[in-house]
Design a binder for this molecule. Structure first.
Ligand SMILES: [Zn+2]
Length: 295
């Protein structure tokens, strides 16, 4: 069954985003005859990342972007596209980090485009039908360079996790968070940030670990075989990254092997008996299996 407006509302409210604005009629489920979502689940399959090309500054310094009102006109436009009398994206993200919510069902933002032959092909979204399958977020930006503020990245990362959990998306990878230019290459240039930068920022502000505790045997296997890349090794690396032991790196599911150096550093810092090996005590501490061990 499709996610209801109240369930959507709760998920966004509990996402840890500092500032939210709910626009009138955000819970309406009929924009010019567009209702719900066309996917099998009745929910959106991805969030398309846009910039609005209309910010007052491209300074990404916090002190230049404190005033949320500076993006009021941009927010109004996205709330009611003048041609369609409908939201021009479900979300608008101001430079101060405030998230505006305009809708939760399909509206107008993707336009003509296609994922055929790309890494997003698996979504099976028909050509030129992105609006019926994907949510959109308009991020306030001048759009000339990658000028998003840290406050925007933080909100976007938290929104990504909330949507993943709400709609049952597997993770917060690029597959679920493509850019407008990935949908409409040649026609669109938003957003300026690369997909790997987006992923890096998600990690920085929302963590990498998916919350599942890996099987310790899987970790032992990866430790014994440097060629082996398994989900246990990925979860270990992601968790160590969140704890600050896998610095500046993003653990990549499917291609992540045993993070030997990060484990050695963890063992050293936490006085594990055997510093060179993965053990049950480290497992408990890293994954918080004992109360108060890891915060
Ligand atoms: Zn766009």
């Amino acid at each position: 069954m499709a996610v209801s407006a109240s369930k959507f509302e709760n998920a966004i409210k509990n996402a840890g985003i500092p500032k939210l604005k709910w626009w009138k009629d955000w819970d309406k489920n009929n924009w010019n005859g567009r209702k719900g979502w066309n996917s099998k689940t009745g929910d959106p399959l991805a969030l398309l990342l846009h910039h609005n090309g209309g910010a007052s500054t491209d300074s990404s310094k916090a002190e230049d972007n404190k005033d949320c009102k500076k993006d009021e006109n941009g927010a109004k436009f996205v709330n009611r596209h003048p041609d369609f009398d409908s939201p021009a994206s479900q979300f608008f993200l101001r430079r101060c980090g405030q998230l505006d919510i305009n809708g939760y069902t399909q509206c107008y933002h993707a336009g003509k485009g296609d994922f055929k032959g790309t890494e997003w092909e698996g979504h099976k979204i028909p050509k030129d039908s992105g609006n019926s399958y994907m949510m959109g977020i308009e991020i306030a930006s001048k759009g000339i360079k990658d000028d998003l503020t840290e406050a925007q990245w933080e909100t976007l990362a938290k929104l990504a996790v909330a949507l993943k959990d709400l709609y049952g998306w597997k993770d917060t990878s690029t597959y679920y968070f493509p850019r407008h230019k990935d949908w409409a290459p040649g026609r669109k240039s938003d957003i300026k940030a690369s997909n790997s930068k987006v992923q890096k920022k998600f990690t920085e502000y929302a963590g990498q670990w998916d919350g599942k505790v890996p099987d310790i045997e899987g970790i032992y296997n990866a430790e014994a075989d440097p060629e082996l890349k398994n989900p246990a090794a990925w979860r270990l690396a992601a968790r160590l990254a969140d704890l600050g032991y896998y610095k500046g790196e993003v653990a990549e599911k499917g291609s992540q092997g045993y993070p030997a150096k990060a484990v050695a550093n963890f063992n050293e810092d936490t006085n594990m008996e055997d510093k060179s090996k993965y053990g049950p005590r480290a497992h408990e501490k890293i994954f918080g299996l004992e109360k108060g061990s890891v915060s």
